[in-house]
Design a protein around this ligand. Sequence first.
Ligand code: UDP
Ligand code: MG
Length: 328
Amino acid sequence: MNTVLYVVIPCYNEQEVLPITSGLFLNELTDLIGKGKISDDSRILFVNDGSRDSTWDLIRKLAGEDPHFLGISQSRNRGHQNAVLAGLMEAMPYADITISIDCDGQDDITAMEKMVDAYHQGAEVVYGVRSSRKTDTFFKRTTAQLFYKLLNGMGVEAVYNHADYRLVSSRVLRAFADYKEVNLFLRGMFPLVGFNSTSVYYERHERMAGESHYPLSKMLALAFEGITSLSTAPLHLIMVLGCLISGLSFIGVLWAIIMQVLGRTTAGWASMVCILCFLGGIQLISIGILGEYIGKVYLETKHRPRYIISQKTWEEAEPVHKDPPPNT
Ligand code: UDP
Ligand code: MG
């Protein structure tokens, strides 16, 4: 089979887990090559996302040991989404299909075979979907479910329980490359591209080693990015809320006038304060949401690069020895 597969793996400070999972990735790749499902030109492409530990050295060592391993390094840490994008764009000219997967072994590596099979049966995007969330804490499970419901409610087409374990054909990738936004939420963007898609179900495990780089704060940031990058529903909600509150205020004013006419007014200090606080809060939230969108517009207008690759394992630069300037 001539299908060239590039497995794109973002890595940020993963020196503990990489020695374990790199072998598993290679096994899966050679297994698929052996079964004739992909070409021997297929590669495992690690994307070092500005790690501060020895991750990049490990990747270079792997690339030296087996030609199936490749690596690129970002010029600094840019976050998981940008790292995946950098890998996908780098792989695009060489690959017929790409699979993006985390490097910590949490996603079932053997599900790649089912993804490749689905591609051969005609799917151009194959979403890896978690069959259950048994390994998650109660908190993560419920917040994740809430998040997907919220996303769908806001009109974002995100596949339920799918993160960034995904097969994409080069045709889809080329179409995706035209989505130039810098605010990235890949799992919500690929459904926008269209083409034939399907899902493959797998069990998600615990991390094999090392620690998660997604604390609650980063998770919330990604959730927020997902909503504000792909939906303008919150802006609409502000308007609806504003109309509702104006209506209520109008009733309140009528009520106050009637009470005044009937001469039953009291020193309503408490109710005044409550109303002021409530309205103040709503106004601040509304301005905040508007600000978020304006901030996004600001970032988009700059057209800054979404990733910068500083090194590639197959283009290892020799140290540059410049000639000293000639004596004058
Ligand atoms: N990652 C990255 N850049 C970052 C943070 C994470 O490339 O700034 C990578 C990380 O190495 C891993 C994947 O993104 O391969 C998912 O991160 P992690 O496993 O820490 O998140 P979790 O699975 O706990 O949500
Ligand atoms: Mg993980």
